[in-house]
Structures are given as structure tokens and as C-alpha cells.
Design a protein around this ligand. Structure first.
Ligand SMILES: CC(C)(COP(=O)(O)OP(=O)(O)OC[C@H]1O[C@@H](n2cnc3c(N)ncnc32)[C@H](O)[C@@H]1OP(=O)(O)O)[C@@H](O)C(=O)NCCC(=O)NCCS
Length: 212
């Protein structure tokens, strides 16, 4: 399947989601990579990763960009040469990008039982509103929390940020598909607006930093 979903969030923010069902060859067709990314693609161990990487280039094309408009900084964070903000995510058979005039982060995660086992590593105050007895909702909420923290990390990209100790996701309702989160780090508090939606057992989360 090609483009799975477009979310025109506002006049300055667009989210594009790809469902990766094509072969490597199909995805590679008509894609031109810059030298660094050609080398990177060739060095990837799994074809799943390669296909995800190529699907992101398809999304870039749809948004009016090519691989030559994208570069990575020393931390692996992607940037666009025209100064717009971009964030990238991929997980199993989905990939997504967000492009905005604002600082943004995006994450897509598969909802799976395993997240319960690692919840202690990234949750703390969130336990106040998590109901452990409803397993299905617990997993879905944990996946939102995890995705929100990943998306915030992608915005801030600061060494030393702990998901458990420094990022707080406030009480939210799964039906509202919105949340508020805070980063407490280096004597600063930053607020974030979180949006999420569930797609075929995956949770797509994107974050905007408020009041920069
Ligand atoms: C870098 C990191 C954010 C990537 O997230 P992920 O869920 O593993 O993978 P995703 O597919 O969602 O995102 C990968 C994309 O993030 C982007 N990315 C990589 N490093 C990044 C960084 N430092 N800042 C922002 N974006 C980054 C890249 O675009 C990458 O895709 P690409 O290289 O194919 O273009 C993540 O691995 C990480 O380091 N997280 C923070 C560490 C941490 O504290 N983890 C757990 C605590 S319990």
C-alpha cells in the first residue's frame, strides 16, 4: 500500500503515514539517495529497516522534498535544508513523518504486552492515573506515554534526559487523543502538547513544544 494517511493538522503542520507492504525493489524505484544515505542503506542489516528507510523517502517526495533536502546532525536528528522542522519514525510495517514550522517530534509504536514489563523504566507519576486491572487499556495508555516521551526526546535531543525522571505525561483520556506533558531537565520546565491516534494496533504520537 502506498500512502496510508495524511493528517493536515494545521496550515503549517502535516503528518504523513506509510504502510509498508511493498518489496525493497518497489520502494527503491524512482528514489534517488544522496551519497551518505546510499551508504547507510547498503549497510543496514535487515531488509525491514531498509524498506522503512525507503518508505520515508517516498513520504518526503509526497511532501515535496527529496533525500537531498534532508540531512542528519551528529546525534542522528533529521533536519530540512529549508528550515522547516521534521521528525521521522518507523516501526514494523508503518513509517511516518511530521513536517512543521514548529518544533515537533513523532513516534509510532506497536501496542504489545511487553510494554508492561518495562513500564517501570519509563513511568513514575503516571501510575497515579493508570488502571492496572484493565490490561488492554493499560497497554494502550502505556504505549501513548512511551510514544509521547520518545517524541519529546526527539524534539529536545538532550543527553541525560530520563523518560522516567524528567518527562511527565499528565492524566489523559484515550478517547480525547490529546495530552499535556512536561519536561523537567537542567533546571528548566518545558511544556508539550501531545496528540495521538491508534492505527491498526499501533499508536502514532506527535508532540509540539509550547512557548519556546
Ligand atoms: C533516537 C531514538 C529517539 C529513536 O527512536 P526509536 O523509537 O528507536 O525509533 P524511531 O523509528 O521512532 O525513530 C527513528 C528516527 O528518529 C530520528 N532520530 C534519530 N536520532 C535522533 C535524535 N537524537 N533526535 C531526534 N530524532 C532522532 C531519525 O530520523 C530516525 O530515523 P532515520 O534515521 O531512519 O531517519 C531512540 O532510540 C532514543 O535514543 N531514545 C531515547 C533514549 C531513551 O532514553 N530510551 C529509553 C528510556 S527508558
Amino acid at each position: 500500500m502506498p500512502l496510508f494517511k495524511t493528517i493536515q493538522f494545521s496550515s503549517t503542520t502535516q503528518i504523513l503515514v506509510w504502510k509498508i507492504s511493498e518489496s525493497y525493489e518497489e520502494l527503491y524505484d524512482a528514489i534517488i539517495l544522496n551519497d551518505k544515505n546510499s551508504i547507510r542503506l547498503a549497510g543496514m542489516k535487515s531488509q525491514l529497516h531498509q524498506r522503512a528507510f525507503l518508505s520515508v523517502r517516498k513520504l518526503l517526495n509526497i511532501a515535496g522534498y527529496t533525500d537531498f533536502d534532508l540531512y542528519y546532525d551528529e546525534f542522528g536528528k533529521p533536519h530540512l535544508t529549508d528550515g522547516k522542522f521534521i521528525s521521522i519514525t518507523h516501526s514494523h510495517d508503518f513509517s511516518a513523518i511530521i513536517i512543521s514550522d514548529e518544533t515537533v517530534g513523532i513516534d509510532i509504536e506497536l501496542q504489545r504486552d511487553k510494554i508492561i514489563k518495562i513500564a517501570d523504566k519509563f513511568c513514575d507519576t503516571e501510575y497515579q492515573f493508570l488502571n492496572l486491572e484493565n490490561k488492554e487499556k493499560f497497554i494502550r495508555k502505556l504505549t501513548v506515554i512511551w510514544g509521547a516521551k520518545e517524541a519529546i526526546f526527539k524534539i529536545r535531543n538532550e543527553k541525560g534526559i530520563s523518560f522516567k525522571d524528567h518527562i511527565i505525561v499528565n492524566l489523559f483520556d484515550l478517547n480525547n487523543e490529546e495530552a499535556i506533558a512536561e519536561l523537567h531537565f537542567n533546571n528548566l520546565v518545558k511544556d508539550f502538547k501531545i496528540y495521538f491516534e491508534e492505527i491498526e494496533g499501533f499508536t502514532l504520537v506527535y508532540a509540539f513544544q509550547e512557548g519556546i
